[in-house]
Write a protein that binds this ligand. Structure first.
Ligand code: PLP
Length: 362
């Protein structure tokens, strides 16, 4: 039986690599001869132990994660990290936030409930259409940490490289662009990422944390909110979301088979360029939200001349199997999320559709 699949441009939960879905289907009823589904297994079983080991090892290989970093698989989404980070690391000090979009704003609001927050940069007045240069940052040398969002999934603005913050620990929300390109882990004290954008299904949040950060944690926290507990128990303190971690292990294995992150990054740049080229060549029919230096490779966001036309665009695209292109409800317009798993053919179809739509309606 052949199954009809669409091109799904959803921002998250998002499209997964077809080979991963097929592998999961293949071993769904009996995982590696166990006679059980991964969904039915004790998290203390050898199989789940191996799945966690594989997921961690694959991430370590893909990202060249040094030994002095822990890789954790937690629950509560990136949203819980917004709170856990200040709870664990503020230590009575103030924190700096570089604010480049909606997710950063949520992170700031949550941190404010825990202590002092300064904005080292605020892109709100520019309608969050760009990221700052490091020279524009107003940093506090004594801050407990600097937090930024490498890719603002809603606005479609992405840091081309990490900001320079001196000796202050750098903390990053990479929910929508972790494992989309190589990064220098050594520049970070903590990276977190909800899996459901670029790495797997909802339910698991990956945290990469440098070992020395654990010594800053106060003793008053509930165990589930204390990174030391999860590092000590290797993410098996409570019952973890085993199936989500299993899919992450398959996605990361697939990426290694694709040739690693340098190659994946090149593909991602080419895919994004296909869309930005149509937009730039449209003589103003399509207008991109982000400024050229801040354009996201993961979420391309743009407008049409009217909301009427945007509605028509989304409907007509859907009829051609190009689905989930509506922009986030808070900003409107169009958003095409083109994570690692979106094949180049999907982006090519969309770019051809855009050109045709302009010819018909422009
Ligand atoms: C989706 C998203 C979040 C929220 O993730 P949850 O897992 O729903 O908590 C946070 N930050 C960024 C950058 C995101 O894209």
């Amino acid at each position: 039986m052949t199954v009809e699949r669409i091109y799904n441009f959803s921002a998250g939960p998002a499209t997964l690599p077809l080979p991963v879905l097929e592998e999961a289907k293949e071993e769904f009823l009996s995982y590696q001869g166990s006679g059980m589904s991964v969904l039915e297994m004790s998290h203390r079983s050898k199989w789940i132990g191996q799945i966690f080991e594989n997921a961690e090892q694959n991430l370590r290989t893909l990202l060249s994660i040094p030994k002095n970093y822990h890789v954790l698989f937690l629950q509560g989404g990136a949203r819980l990290q917004f709170a856990m980070i200040p709870m664990n690391f503020l230590g009575g000090k103030s924190s700096d936030y570089i604010l480049t979009g909606s997710w950063g704003k949520y992170a700031v609001d949550e941190a404010k409930s825990q202590g002092a927050v300064r904005l080292a940069w605020n892109g709100q007045d520019d309608n969050f259409n760009r990221v700052p240069k490091s020279s524009e940052l107003d940093l506090d040398k004594n801050a407990a940490y600097v937090h930024y969002t490498s890719n603002e999934t809603i606005q479609g603005v992405e840091f081309p490289t990490e900001p320079e913050v001196g000796d202050v620990p750098l903390v990053c929300d990479m929910s929508s662009d972790l494992i989309s390109r190589p990064i220098d882990i050594n520049k970070y004290s903590l990276i977190y990422s909800g899996a459901q954008k670029n790495a797997g299904p909802a339910g698991v949040t990956m945290v990469i944390i440098r070992d020395d950060m654990l010594s800053r944690i106060p003793d008053c926290l509930p165990k589930m909110l204390d990174y030391r507990v999860h590092a000590d128990k290797k993410s098996l303190y409570n019952t973890p979301p085993v199936f989500s971690v299993y899919i992450v292990s398959l996605v990361t294995k697939w990426l290694l088979g694709e040739g690693g992150l340098a190659k994946v990054h090149r593909h991602n740049k080419e895919k994004a360029q296909l869309l930005y080229d149509v937009i730039d060549g449209s003589a103003g029919f399509y207008t991109v939200h982000a400024t050229p230096e801040s354009r996201s490779l993961m979420n391309v966001t743009w407008r049409l001349p009217s909301e009427e036309l945007e509605k028509e665009f989304i409907e007509a695209a859907k009829a051609k199997g190009l689905s989930e292109l509506k922009g986030h409800r808070s900003v409107g317009g169009i958003r095409a999320s083109i994570y690692n798993a979106m094949p180049r053919e999907g982006v090519e179809s969309l770019s051809q559709f855009m050109t045709q739509f302009q010819q018909d309606k422009g």
